[in-house]
Design a protein around this ligand. Structure first.
Ligand code: PLP
Length: 468
Protein backbone atom coordinates (compact mmCIF):
# COMPACT_ATOMS: atom_id res chain seq x y z
CA UNK A 1 0.00 0.00 0.00
CA UNK A 2 1.45 3.36 -0.92
CA UNK A 3 1.45 6.16 1.62
CA UNK A 4 1.32 9.85 0.81
CA UNK A 5 4.70 11.09 2.04
CA UNK A 6 3.72 14.73 1.59
CA UNK A 7 0.76 14.30 3.92
CA UNK A 8 1.63 11.75 6.60
CA UNK A 9 -1.27 10.09 8.48
CA UNK A 10 -2.96 12.44 10.91
CA UNK A 11 -1.18 15.50 9.54
CA UNK A 12 -4.28 17.68 9.70
CA UNK A 13 -4.97 16.94 13.33
CA UNK A 14 -3.47 19.46 15.74
CA UNK A 15 -2.17 17.01 18.29
CA UNK A 16 -0.45 14.82 15.71
CA UNK A 17 1.10 17.88 14.11
CA UNK A 18 2.54 18.89 17.46
CA UNK A 19 3.95 15.41 17.83
CA UNK A 20 5.65 15.69 14.43
CA UNK A 21 6.96 19.06 15.50
CA UNK A 22 8.30 17.76 18.81
CA UNK A 23 9.86 14.71 17.24
CA UNK A 24 11.48 16.32 14.21
CA UNK A 25 11.73 20.10 14.24
CA UNK A 26 14.71 21.81 15.85
CA UNK A 27 13.34 25.27 16.64
CA UNK A 28 15.34 28.47 16.40
CA UNK A 29 16.58 29.97 19.68
CA UNK A 30 14.83 27.33 21.75
CA UNK A 31 15.75 25.24 24.80
CA UNK A 32 13.79 22.16 23.81
CA UNK A 33 13.44 20.79 27.34
CA UNK A 34 10.84 23.51 27.95
CA UNK A 35 8.86 22.41 24.90
CA UNK A 36 8.48 18.89 26.31
CA UNK A 37 6.06 20.30 28.92
CA UNK A 38 4.57 23.04 26.74
CA UNK A 39 4.64 22.12 23.05
CA UNK A 40 5.04 25.05 20.68
CA UNK A 41 1.95 26.68 19.25
CA UNK A 42 1.55 25.84 15.62
CA UNK A 43 0.31 28.72 13.54
CA UNK A 44 -1.84 27.69 10.62
CA UNK A 45 -3.12 30.85 8.99
CA UNK A 46 -3.17 34.61 9.16
CA UNK A 47 -5.25 37.53 8.03
CA UNK A 48 -4.32 41.18 8.56
CA UNK A 49 -2.75 41.32 12.02
CA UNK A 50 -4.48 38.15 13.25
CA UNK A 51 -3.08 34.63 13.21
CA UNK A 52 -4.86 31.35 13.98
CA UNK A 53 -3.26 28.23 15.43
CA UNK A 54 -4.04 24.61 14.58
CA UNK A 55 -6.54 24.46 17.47
CA UNK A 56 -8.45 27.42 16.05
CA UNK A 57 -7.26 29.93 18.67
CA UNK A 58 -6.77 33.47 17.37
CA UNK A 59 -3.97 35.83 18.33
CA UNK A 60 -3.34 39.48 17.65
CA UNK A 61 0.24 39.59 16.39
CA UNK A 62 2.11 42.64 17.69
CA UNK A 63 5.44 41.22 16.48
CA UNK A 64 4.94 40.98 12.70
CA UNK A 65 5.67 37.28 12.56
CA UNK A 66 7.86 37.10 15.67
CA UNK A 67 10.82 39.05 14.34
CA UNK A 68 9.72 42.32 12.66
CA UNK A 69 9.07 40.75 9.28
CA UNK A 70 5.41 40.52 8.19
CA UNK A 71 5.21 44.29 7.94
CA UNK A 72 2.10 44.46 5.76
CA UNK A 73 0.17 41.78 7.58
CA UNK A 74 -1.05 38.35 6.51
CA UNK A 75 -3.19 37.38 3.53
CA UNK A 76 -1.87 40.00 1.12
CA UNK A 77 -3.29 38.66 -2.12
CA UNK A 78 -1.45 41.24 -4.24
CA UNK A 79 1.91 39.90 -3.07
CA UNK A 80 0.80 36.28 -3.41
CA UNK A 81 -0.41 36.94 -6.98
CA UNK A 82 2.80 38.76 -7.92
CA UNK A 83 4.87 35.82 -6.67
CA UNK A 84 2.64 33.23 -8.34
CA UNK A 85 2.81 34.99 -11.71
CA UNK A 86 6.56 35.41 -11.45
CA UNK A 87 7.11 31.76 -10.49
CA UNK A 88 5.13 30.55 -13.46
CA UNK A 89 7.04 32.91 -15.79
CA UNK A 90 10.51 32.19 -14.37
CA UNK A 91 11.27 30.97 -10.84
CA UNK A 92 14.99 31.46 -10.85
CA UNK A 93 18.07 32.60 -12.62
CA UNK A 94 21.36 33.60 -11.04
CA UNK A 95 24.98 34.33 -11.72
CA UNK A 96 26.12 36.79 -14.35
CA UNK A 97 22.79 36.70 -16.21
CA UNK A 98 19.97 39.02 -15.21
CA UNK A 99 16.30 38.48 -14.61
CA UNK A 100 13.37 40.83 -15.00
CA UNK A 101 12.06 41.40 -11.45
CA UNK A 102 15.63 41.80 -10.12
CA UNK A 103 16.27 44.60 -12.63
CA UNK A 104 12.91 46.29 -11.93
CA UNK A 105 13.21 46.13 -8.17
CA UNK A 106 16.82 47.39 -8.23
CA UNK A 107 15.63 50.47 -10.14
CA UNK A 108 12.65 51.07 -7.81
CA UNK A 109 14.76 50.64 -4.66
CA UNK A 110 17.64 52.78 -5.97
CA UNK A 111 15.12 55.57 -6.65
CA UNK A 112 14.09 55.51 -2.97
CA UNK A 113 17.69 55.75 -1.79
CA UNK A 114 19.66 59.00 -1.77
CA UNK A 115 23.03 57.82 -3.06
CA UNK A 116 23.00 54.04 -3.10
CA UNK A 117 22.42 52.97 -6.66
CA UNK A 118 23.92 49.45 -6.73
CA UNK A 119 21.84 46.58 -5.45
CA UNK A 120 23.31 43.16 -4.64
CA UNK A 121 20.87 40.31 -4.00
CA UNK A 122 21.12 37.65 -1.29
CA UNK A 123 18.65 35.77 0.87
CA UNK A 124 19.13 36.71 4.55
CA UNK A 125 20.19 39.65 6.66
CA UNK A 126 23.31 37.87 7.93
CA UNK A 127 24.33 37.07 4.40
CA UNK A 128 23.86 40.65 3.19
CA UNK A 129 26.06 41.86 6.06
CA UNK A 130 28.70 39.27 5.15
CA UNK A 131 28.77 40.70 1.62
CA UNK A 132 29.45 44.16 3.04
CA UNK A 133 32.31 42.82 5.19
CA UNK A 134 33.82 41.02 2.19
CA UNK A 135 33.67 44.27 0.23
CA UNK A 136 35.54 46.09 3.02
CA UNK A 137 38.18 43.34 3.13
CA UNK A 138 38.62 43.23 -0.63
CA UNK A 139 38.86 47.01 -0.85
CA UNK A 140 41.58 46.90 1.80
CA UNK A 141 43.73 45.16 -0.82
CA UNK A 142 43.38 48.09 -3.24
CA UNK A 143 45.94 50.86 -3.42
CA UNK A 144 43.45 53.56 -2.35
CA UNK A 145 42.30 51.74 0.82
CA UNK A 146 45.36 49.58 1.52
CA UNK A 147 45.21 47.94 4.95
CA UNK A 148 41.81 49.37 5.98
CA UNK A 149 40.22 46.05 6.91
CA UNK A 150 39.00 46.44 10.49
CA UNK A 151 35.26 46.69 11.09
CA UNK A 152 33.90 48.54 14.11
CA UNK A 153 30.58 47.49 15.68
CA UNK A 154 28.62 48.32 18.84
CA UNK A 155 28.06 46.15 21.88
CA UNK A 156 24.24 46.14 21.77
CA UNK A 157 23.81 45.68 18.03
CA UNK A 158 23.12 42.39 16.27
CA UNK A 159 24.09 41.76 12.66
CA UNK A 160 23.33 38.10 12.20
CA UNK A 161 24.01 34.50 12.93
CA UNK A 162 26.95 33.46 10.76
CA UNK A 163 30.45 33.58 12.22
CA UNK A 164 31.42 36.91 10.64
CA UNK A 165 28.03 38.42 11.45
CA UNK A 166 28.39 37.22 15.05
CA UNK A 167 31.96 38.57 15.12
CA UNK A 168 30.37 41.96 14.49
CA UNK A 169 27.54 41.52 17.01
CA UNK A 170 27.39 42.40 20.66
CA UNK A 171 24.87 39.90 21.94
CA UNK A 172 26.75 37.80 24.46
CA UNK A 173 24.17 35.04 24.76
CA UNK A 174 24.08 34.52 20.99
CA UNK A 175 27.91 34.57 20.82
CA UNK A 176 28.88 32.45 23.82
CA UNK A 177 30.61 29.15 22.90
CA UNK A 178 30.72 29.89 19.16
CA UNK A 179 34.11 31.58 19.21
CA UNK A 180 36.87 32.16 18.55
CA UNK A 181 35.56 34.99 16.38
CA UNK A 182 37.25 36.62 13.44
CA UNK A 183 40.12 39.03 13.83
CA UNK A 184 39.73 42.66 12.94
CA UNK A 185 36.26 43.24 14.40
CA UNK A 186 36.40 45.94 17.05
CA UNK A 187 33.68 46.67 19.63
CA UNK A 188 32.62 50.11 20.87
CA UNK A 189 29.90 51.03 23.40
CA UNK A 190 26.28 51.61 22.43
CA UNK A 191 24.39 54.90 22.52
CA UNK A 192 21.54 54.12 24.92
CA UNK A 193 20.87 57.23 27.01
CA UNK A 194 18.78 55.31 29.52
CA UNK A 195 21.85 53.25 30.39
CA UNK A 196 24.62 55.58 29.33
CA UNK A 197 27.86 53.58 29.13
CA UNK A 198 29.67 56.71 30.33
CA UNK A 199 27.24 57.53 33.15
CA UNK A 200 26.50 60.89 31.61
CA UNK A 201 23.28 62.73 30.92
CA UNK A 202 22.20 64.13 27.57
CA UNK A 203 22.84 66.86 26.38
CA UNK A 204 25.67 67.77 28.77
CA UNK A 205 27.38 64.46 27.81
CA UNK A 206 28.77 65.99 24.58
CA UNK A 207 27.67 62.74 22.93
CA UNK A 208 30.60 60.85 24.37
CA UNK A 209 29.32 57.62 22.78
CA UNK A 210 30.00 59.09 19.31
CA UNK A 211 33.36 60.42 20.43
CA UNK A 212 34.24 56.90 21.61
CA UNK A 213 34.13 55.90 17.95
CA UNK A 214 36.81 58.43 17.04
CA UNK A 215 38.93 57.38 20.04
CA UNK A 216 38.72 53.76 18.90
CA UNK A 217 39.79 54.66 15.34
CA UNK A 218 42.77 56.53 16.73
CA UNK A 219 43.61 53.63 19.05
CA UNK A 220 43.41 51.05 16.25
CA UNK A 221 45.16 53.34 13.76
CA UNK A 222 43.07 55.12 11.10
CA UNK A 223 44.95 53.28 8.34
CA UNK A 224 43.55 49.98 9.61
CA UNK A 225 39.85 50.82 9.98
CA UNK A 226 37.68 50.05 6.95
CA UNK A 227 34.09 50.46 8.10
CA UNK A 228 31.68 50.82 10.95
CA UNK A 229 28.49 48.76 10.98
CA UNK A 230 25.54 49.87 13.06
CA UNK A 231 21.78 49.60 13.24
CA UNK A 232 20.19 53.01 12.65
CA UNK A 233 17.90 52.16 15.55
CA UNK A 234 19.02 49.10 17.49
CA UNK A 235 16.42 46.34 17.38
CA UNK A 236 16.99 43.13 19.38
CA UNK A 237 19.39 44.96 21.71
CA UNK A 238 16.36 46.79 23.15
CA UNK A 239 15.07 49.43 20.66
CA UNK A 240 17.74 52.08 21.13
CA UNK A 241 17.02 55.34 19.34
CA UNK A 242 20.13 57.53 19.17
CA UNK A 243 19.96 61.21 20.06
CA UNK A 244 19.75 63.43 16.94
CA UNK A 245 23.44 64.42 17.00
CA UNK A 246 24.78 60.87 17.25
CA UNK A 247 24.62 59.50 13.71
CA UNK A 248 25.69 62.79 12.04
CA UNK A 249 28.73 62.79 14.34
CA UNK A 250 29.50 59.16 13.42
CA UNK A 251 29.13 60.07 9.72
CA UNK A 252 31.51 63.05 10.10
CA UNK A 253 34.09 60.89 11.85
CA UNK A 254 33.77 58.33 9.04
CA UNK A 255 34.46 61.04 6.46
CA UNK A 256 37.42 62.39 8.41
CA UNK A 257 39.16 59.01 8.62
CA UNK A 258 38.03 57.40 5.35
CA UNK A 259 35.87 54.84 7.15
CA UNK A 260 32.86 53.45 5.27
CA UNK A 261 29.50 53.90 6.99
CA UNK A 262 27.50 50.67 6.78
CA UNK A 263 24.01 50.96 8.23
CA UNK A 264 22.17 47.73 8.95
CA UNK A 265 18.53 48.38 8.04
CA UNK A 266 17.54 44.71 8.19
CA UNK A 267 14.83 45.53 10.73
CA UNK A 268 14.38 49.29 10.33
CA UNK A 269 14.17 49.31 6.52
CA UNK A 270 10.99 49.50 4.41
CA UNK A 271 8.79 51.63 6.59
CA UNK A 272 9.06 50.10 10.04
CA UNK A 273 10.01 53.42 11.69
CA UNK A 274 7.67 55.66 9.65
CA UNK A 275 10.24 56.47 6.94
CA UNK A 276 11.47 54.15 4.21
CA UNK A 277 14.77 53.69 6.06
CA UNK A 278 15.75 54.33 9.67
CA UNK A 279 18.79 56.45 8.75
CA UNK A 280 16.49 59.05 7.15
CA UNK A 281 15.55 60.29 10.63
CA UNK A 282 19.13 61.42 11.15
CA UNK A 283 20.10 63.11 7.88
CA UNK A 284 23.11 60.93 7.14
CA UNK A 285 24.23 59.32 3.88
CA UNK A 286 25.63 55.82 4.37
CA UNK A 287 28.07 54.17 1.95
CA UNK A 288 26.28 50.84 2.28
CA UNK A 289 23.02 49.59 3.73
CA UNK A 290 21.67 46.10 4.21
CA UNK A 291 17.96 45.24 4.05
CA UNK A 292 16.07 42.01 4.61
CA UNK A 293 13.03 41.39 6.79
CA UNK A 294 10.52 43.97 5.55
CA UNK A 295 11.67 43.83 1.91
CA UNK A 296 9.13 41.18 1.00
CA UNK A 297 7.31 41.14 4.32
CA UNK A 298 7.97 37.45 4.91
CA UNK A 299 6.27 36.38 1.67
CA UNK A 300 9.65 35.49 0.13
CA UNK A 301 13.25 35.22 1.31
CA UNK A 302 15.24 38.16 0.02
CA UNK A 303 17.92 40.49 1.31
CA UNK A 304 19.98 43.14 -0.40
CA UNK A 305 23.14 45.11 0.06
CA UNK A 306 22.93 48.59 -1.50
CA UNK A 307 26.15 50.51 -2.10
CA UNK A 308 27.31 53.74 -3.64
CA UNK A 309 28.49 53.83 -7.23
CA UNK A 310 31.97 54.74 -5.90
CA UNK A 311 32.26 51.41 -4.10
CA UNK A 312 30.93 49.55 -7.13
CA UNK A 313 33.38 51.31 -9.47
CA UNK A 314 36.35 50.21 -7.31
CA UNK A 315 35.65 46.63 -8.38
CA UNK A 316 36.28 47.22 -12.06
CA UNK A 317 39.24 49.55 -12.18
CA UNK A 318 41.81 47.02 -13.36
CA UNK A 319 40.60 44.56 -15.99
CA UNK A 320 44.09 43.05 -16.21
CA UNK A 321 43.79 41.87 -12.63
CA UNK A 322 41.82 38.58 -12.63
CA UNK A 323 40.87 39.16 -8.98
CA UNK A 324 39.55 42.71 -9.42
CA UNK A 325 35.84 41.94 -9.28
CA UNK A 326 33.53 40.95 -6.44
CA UNK A 327 34.06 37.20 -6.34
CA UNK A 328 30.88 36.41 -4.48
CA UNK A 329 27.61 34.65 -5.22
CA UNK A 330 24.43 33.82 -3.38
CA UNK A 331 22.56 30.91 -4.98
CA UNK A 332 19.18 32.04 -3.71
CA UNK A 333 19.91 35.64 -4.66
CA UNK A 334 18.68 34.36 -8.03
CA UNK A 335 15.17 33.51 -6.81
CA UNK A 336 12.76 35.80 -8.62
CA UNK A 337 9.98 35.50 -6.01
CA UNK A 338 11.93 37.90 -3.74
CA UNK A 339 12.12 40.94 -6.02
CA UNK A 340 8.62 40.25 -7.39
CA UNK A 341 7.25 40.30 -3.84
CA UNK A 342 9.38 43.32 -2.92
CA UNK A 343 7.93 45.31 -5.84
CA UNK A 344 4.38 44.53 -4.69
CA UNK A 345 5.40 45.36 -1.12
CA UNK A 346 6.56 48.86 -2.09
CA UNK A 347 3.43 49.41 -4.17
CA UNK A 348 1.20 48.57 -1.19
CA UNK A 349 3.16 50.82 1.20
CA UNK A 350 2.75 53.72 -1.23
CA UNK A 351 -0.88 53.05 -2.17
CA UNK A 352 -2.03 52.62 1.43
CA UNK A 353 0.13 55.47 2.75
CA UNK A 354 1.61 53.15 5.35
CA UNK A 355 4.68 55.25 6.18
CA UNK A 356 2.32 57.90 7.46
CA UNK A 357 0.24 55.33 9.33
CA UNK A 358 3.37 53.95 11.01
CA UNK A 359 4.27 57.47 12.15
CA UNK A 360 0.80 58.30 13.46
CA UNK A 361 0.25 54.95 15.14
CA UNK A 362 3.76 54.96 16.59
CA UNK A 363 3.05 58.30 18.27
CA UNK A 364 -0.26 56.92 19.52
CA UNK A 365 1.45 53.87 21.07
CA UNK A 366 4.07 56.02 22.81
CA UNK A 367 1.38 58.34 24.20
CA UNK A 368 -0.71 55.41 25.49
CA UNK A 369 2.34 53.70 26.96
CA UNK A 370 3.30 56.89 28.79
CA UNK A 371 -0.17 56.70 30.33
CA UNK A 372 0.56 53.12 31.43
CA UNK A 373 3.89 54.19 32.93
CA UNK A 374 2.02 56.48 35.35
CA UNK A 375 0.31 53.41 36.72
CA UNK A 376 3.10 50.80 36.51
CA UNK A 377 6.35 51.69 38.30
CA UNK A 378 8.01 48.71 36.57
CA UNK A 379 8.08 50.71 33.30
CA UNK A 380 11.51 52.32 33.35
CA UNK A 381 11.75 53.63 29.81
CA UNK A 382 9.69 53.80 26.62
CA UNK A 383 11.57 54.20 23.35
CA UNK A 384 10.79 54.02 19.68
CA UNK A 385 10.09 55.50 16.28
CA UNK A 386 7.11 54.57 14.15
CA UNK A 387 5.85 51.07 14.81
CA UNK A 388 9.11 50.02 16.41
CA UNK A 389 8.78 50.35 20.17
CA UNK A 390 10.55 49.08 23.28
CA UNK A 391 9.33 49.14 26.88
CA UNK A 392 12.15 48.61 29.37
CA UNK A 393 11.03 46.96 32.63
CA UNK A 394 12.91 47.59 35.88
CA UNK A 395 12.58 46.64 39.54
CA UNK A 396 13.16 50.17 40.64
CA UNK A 397 13.21 53.36 38.61
CA UNK A 398 16.09 54.79 40.62
CA UNK A 399 18.47 51.83 40.49
CA UNK A 400 17.17 50.74 37.03
CA UNK A 401 17.82 47.16 38.05
CA UNK A 402 16.46 45.03 35.18
CA UNK A 403 13.43 42.83 35.79
CA UNK A 404 14.45 39.16 35.92
CA UNK A 405 13.91 36.48 33.32
CA UNK A 406 11.04 34.78 35.17
CA UNK A 407 8.88 37.90 35.35
CA UNK A 408 9.67 38.90 31.76
CA UNK A 409 8.43 35.45 30.74
CA UNK A 410 5.31 35.85 32.86
CA UNK A 411 4.44 39.15 31.16
CA UNK A 412 5.03 37.62 27.75
CA UNK A 413 2.93 34.50 28.55
CA UNK A 414 0.11 36.50 30.13
CA UNK A 415 -0.24 38.49 26.93
CA UNK A 416 -0.16 35.31 24.85
CA UNK A 417 -2.77 33.59 27.03
CA UNK A 418 -4.97 36.64 26.51
CA UNK A 419 -4.55 36.49 22.75
CA UNK A 420 -1.78 39.03 22.12
CA UNK A 421 1.71 38.20 20.87
CA UNK A 422 4.45 40.59 21.94
CA UNK A 423 8.24 40.28 21.66
CA UNK A 424 11.18 40.68 24.02
CA UNK A 425 14.77 41.80 23.61
CA UNK A 426 17.83 39.56 23.32
CA UNK A 427 20.39 39.36 26.07
CA UNK A 428 23.14 41.77 25.07
CA UNK A 429 25.51 43.48 27.48
CA UNK A 430 24.91 43.02 31.21
CA UNK A 431 21.97 40.66 30.78
CA UNK A 432 19.69 43.36 29.45
CA UNK A 433 16.91 41.21 28.05
CA UNK A 434 14.32 43.21 29.94
CA UNK A 435 12.73 45.13 27.06
CA UNK A 436 9.28 44.27 25.71
CA UNK A 437 9.17 44.75 21.96
CA UNK A 438 6.21 45.96 19.96
CA UNK A 439 6.36 45.86 16.19
CA UNK A 440 2.86 45.45 14.83
CA UNK A 441 2.28 45.49 11.08
CA UNK A 442 2.26 48.93 9.47
CA UNK A 443 -1.50 48.56 8.94
CA UNK A 444 -2.15 48.72 12.69
CA UNK A 445 -5.13 50.91 13.64
CA UNK A 446 -6.23 52.44 16.95
CA UNK A 447 -8.55 49.57 17.87
CA UNK A 448 -5.74 47.02 17.51
CA UNK A 449 -3.29 49.31 19.32
CA UNK A 450 -5.77 49.61 22.21
CA UNK A 451 -6.08 45.82 22.39
CA UNK A 452 -2.30 45.49 22.60
CA UNK A 453 -2.02 48.18 25.28
CA UNK A 454 -4.85 46.60 27.29
CA UNK A 455 -3.10 43.21 27.20
CA UNK A 456 0.18 44.73 28.39
CA UNK A 457 -1.60 46.64 31.14
CA UNK A 458 -3.24 43.44 32.41
CA UNK A 459 0.00 41.45 32.15
CA UNK A 460 1.94 44.05 34.15
CA UNK A 461 -0.80 44.18 36.80
CA UNK A 462 -0.88 40.39 37.09
CA UNK A 463 2.90 40.03 37.18
CA UNK A 464 3.94 42.89 39.42
CA UNK A 465 0.76 43.26 41.50
CA UNK A 466 1.82 46.79 42.19
CA UNK A 467 0.36 49.90 40.61
CA UNK A 468 0.34 53.53 41.72
N1 PLP B 1 20.60 42.56 11.29
C1 PLP B 1 19.69 42.82 12.23
C2 PLP B 1 19.57 44.21 12.77
C3 PLP B 1 18.84 41.81 12.71
O1 PLP B 1 17.95 42.07 13.68
C4 PLP B 1 18.97 40.52 12.16
C5 PLP B 1 18.09 39.43 12.62
O2 PLP B 1 17.28 39.55 13.50
C6 PLP B 1 19.95 40.29 11.19
C7 PLP B 1 20.75 41.33 10.78
C8 PLP B 1 20.14 38.92 10.61
O3 PLP B 1 19.15 38.64 9.70
P1 PLP B 1 18.85 37.10 9.27
O4 PLP B 1 18.27 36.43 10.47
O5 PLP B 1 17.90 37.25 8.12
O6 PLP B 1 20.12 36.51 8.85
Amino acid sequence: MSTDKTNPPGANDSQTLRQFDQQHVWHHLTQHKALEQNPALMIRSGNGMMVTDTDGNQYLDATSGGVWTVNLGYGRQQIVDAIAKQLSDLPYFAGALGNEPAAKFAKVLADLLPNLSRIYYASSGSEANEKAYKIVRQLSQSSSRQGKRKIVYRDRDYHGTTIAALSSSGHNERKAQYGPFLDDFVEIPHCCCYRCPFNKTYPSCNIECAQAFESEILKQGPDTVGSVVLESITAGGGVIVPVPEYLPMIADICKQYGVLLHIDEVVTGMGRTGTWFGFEHFNVFPDMITLAKGLAGGYAAISVLATTETIFEAFKTDTNDPLNYFRDISTFGGCTAGPAAALANIDIIQTENLLNNAKIMGDYFIQQLRGLAEKHPCIGDIRGKGLFIGIELVDDRKTKHPVDEARMTRVFLHCLQHGVMIGRSNRSVAGLNNVLLLSPALICDKAKADDIITAIDAALTATFKQTV
